[in-house]
Write a protein that binds this ligand. Structure first.
Ligand code: PEP
Ligand code: MN
Length: 300
């Protein structure tokens, strides 16, 4: 473990907002002004000129679903697929339908990667599966619920693989960046931050569990040069709002998007109100392609 001792760590004005002292002593790595480029493989990097769209279902479910999703992404000339082999749920009860694909799912990932050459993003939930995941997964996601699981952050950081760190829905920007700093301090600079909606007393409709904090995109980009992604799917929890909030995220300056898709959302293993169906997704991509061009970025 890297031990960092820094003087002047007492906060004169402890707050949920970020002070100059925080930037200088507690968030000094995330606050560095170096231009960031995250190399994913020999051909693809994430940088300020492009906008990755990472799409796919929540859970791997079955191999057929991965193949259908891979075809959809190829059709839209996209490179990043997401689907989780492991997924923490809010409630502990899983019906047969809710079961995780687990290690079997990672074998399907290997098959699909061989055929489609896509970059695979998936959530890592437990350190004991990390070694196996490293063989199949190109970008490791740390989900909202694990944002401050410091042992997990440290072990995942040590792998030096690209990481997507999602903001917990109750976390201030300060807490979020503090978690990010835990990754950087281990020497892993392949870090992507992701806003995915916060809890708020007012969520506008009962199907919307969270509110996408668009201002967080601006706030984060003021502080850091690491890429800031937006996930309008988990924020809105409501299919019809995903596209407008995706467009808004691009306008707010996000560096990438995470979009949940499913060929038949009603049959989705979890959160059936949320995924875009394949038609909706292709329409969304068509519009984001134009929009991102307007903002000087190219979707990949
Ligand atoms: C997800 O990415 O599928 C997910 C559930 O995200 P979060 O951890 O933000 O809820
Ligand atoms: Mn999900």
């Amino acid at each position: 473990m890297v031990k960092i001792f820094t003087k002047n760590l007492t906060n004169k004005f402890p707050t949920k907002d970020i002070t100059d002292d925080d930037l200088k002593y507690k968030l000094k790595l995330i606050n560095s002004k170096i231009k960031r480029k995250i190399n994913i493989n020999s051909k693809i990097s994430i940088n300020e000129k492009n906008l990755p769209i990472i799409a796919g279902p929540n859970g791997i479910e079955n191999k057929k679903l991965l193949i259908k999703t891979a075809r959809l992404l190829k059709k839209n000339k996209l490179n990043f697929i997401r689907a989780h082999a492991f997924k923490p749920l809010t409630f502990p009860y899983r019906s047969k339908q809710y079961d995780e694909a687990g290690l079997k799912g990672l074998e399907w990932v290997d098959d699909v990667k061989k055929d489609f050459k896509l970059i695979f993003v998936a959530e890592v939930t437990e350190i004991r599966f990390l070694d196996r995941m490293l063989k199949s997964i190109d970008i490791l996601q740390i989900g909202s619920r694990n944002m401050q699981n410091l042992e997990l952050l440290r072990e995942v950081a040590k792998t030096k693989k690209p990481i997507i760190l999602k903001r917990h829905y109750g976390a201030s920007i300060r807490d979020f960046l503090g978690a990010a700093e835990h990754i950087l301090v281990e020497g892993n600079n392949n870090l992507i931050l992701c806003e995915r909606g916060i809890s708020s007393p007012h969520t506008h409709r009962s199907t919307s569990r969270f509110i996408l904090d668009l201002q967080a995109i601006c706030a984060l980009k003021e502080i850091t040069n690491f890429p800031v992604f937006s996930d309008p799917s988990h924020a809105t929890f409501w299919n019809k709002w995903v596209s407008p909030m995706g467009f808004s995220s691009v306008a707010a300056g996000c560096d990438g998007l995470i979009i949940e898709t499913h060929p038949n959302p009603k049959k989705s293993m979890v959160d059936p109100l949320q995924p875009l169906n394949f038609n909706e997704f292709s329409n969304f991509v068509r519009k984001v392609r134009k929009l991102s061009k307007f903002f000087g970025k190219k979707i990949i």
